[in-house]
Ligand binder design. Structure first.
Ligand code: NDP
Length: 283
């Protein structure tokens, strides 16, 4: 019964959510997109370009960013700039936001998507790596959002944060990565309440993604997870739609929402489900 009810509700929500999206609303929208040189970020850049947005892309590799910029121009980007930046450096987030505001004259969307190099392996005690990953995957998100909030507020803008199923459900081989994604949920879901309490018109969309077929994700999980990866261009579009329609959470693929509901509703069955996906059993 519970499954049936959640299925119907999720189906209805998905139907109305899809209907509410108007691609024309993104024509001329000013977007700062991080992690834009590869994977899902690169695909988001192409979608935004097709929708006629004005875009600033950032990631570390300048030559790769240049190539993405060239393709975006052929796809219809109204204006496009890039700025190479390493988000492990605490001074970079503010510089990147300043650059974007200066080039575009303000921001309507801040899309936080980058992640530091992730090892899909068992915890081996590298505390320094966890500290570094927290800086790249969490603290830089907080700093970027903080620097962008004034311009987003002025433009009734949107903050879009890309997270993962492992930011809702802890899974093996993702100790540090999962911690950074849980931290994002805690921080940005709390911030969402505070913005509403203060009548500040900035939406916060948290995106919960399952396994997506980017090169890095496929390389990391090969032989370790028995799941089919979903296509990056579709994941990218789901994120963009979620931001544009100002929903609080996006689940892609859609059935992850059921999984998260069941996770909360049936705590006693959790271990069994995970063990079947990861092919191990309790002693
Ligand atoms: P990729 O590894 O394909 O891309 C990561 C991006 O981040 C690249 O553009 C990379 O560019 C940039 N980046 C890496 N290190 C830094 C750094 N130190 N400073 C600034 N930028 C950096 O990732 P995905 O596309 O797979 O993932 C995108 C988002 O989706 C992430 O938030 C991830 O957690 C989430 N997600 C992905 C899943 C998947 O299966 N793919 C599953 C669940 C969530 P460069 O090297 O040029 O810096």
């Amino acid at each position: 019964k519970v499954l049936c009810a959640t299925g119907i509700i999720a189906g209805l929500l998905a139907f109305f959510w899809k209907d509410a999206f108007n691609p024309e609303s993104l024509s001329g929208a000013r977007v700062l997109l991080t992690g834009a040189s590869a994977g899902i970020g690169e695909q988001m850049a192409y979608h935004y370009a097709k929708f006629g947005a004005e875009i600033v892309l950032t990631a570390r590799r300048e030559a790769v960013l240049q190539k993405v910029v060239e393709k975006c121009l052929t796809l219809g980007a109204k204006k496009i700039f890039y700025i190479p930046a390493d988000m492990s450096s605490p001074s970079e987030p503010e510089k990147v936001v300043q650059f974007a505001v200066q080039k575009l004259g303000g921001l309507d969307y801040l899309v936080l998507n980058h992640i530091g190099v992730t090892h899909f392996q068992m915890w081996a005690g590298d505390v320094e790596y966890t500290r570094w990953l927290m800086q790249v995957n969490f603290f830089s998100y907080v700093a970027l959002a903080t620097a962008a909030l004034p311009t987003l507020e002025k433009n009734k803008g949107s903050l879009v944060v890309v997270s993962s199923l492992t930011g809702k459900i802890p899974t093996p081989f993702t100790t540090s990565y999962s911690a950074t994604k849980f931290a994002l949920d805690g921080f940005f879901s709390s911030l969402r309440h505070e913005l509403i309490m203060q009548n500040r018109n900035v939406s916060v969309t948290l995106c919960i993604l399952g396994l997506i077929d980017t090169d890095t994700a496929l390389e990391n999980t090969r032989g370790k997870v028995h799941l089919t990866a979903s296509p990056a261009p579709e994941a990218a579009l789901a994120i963009i739609r979620g931001g544009a329609t100002r929903v609080q959470e996006v689940f892609y693929p859609w059935w992850l929402q059921h999984m998260c509901c069941l996770w909360v509703l049936f705590p006693n069955d959790r271990d069994q489900v995970l063990q079947s996906y990861y092919n191990y059993s309790s002693p």
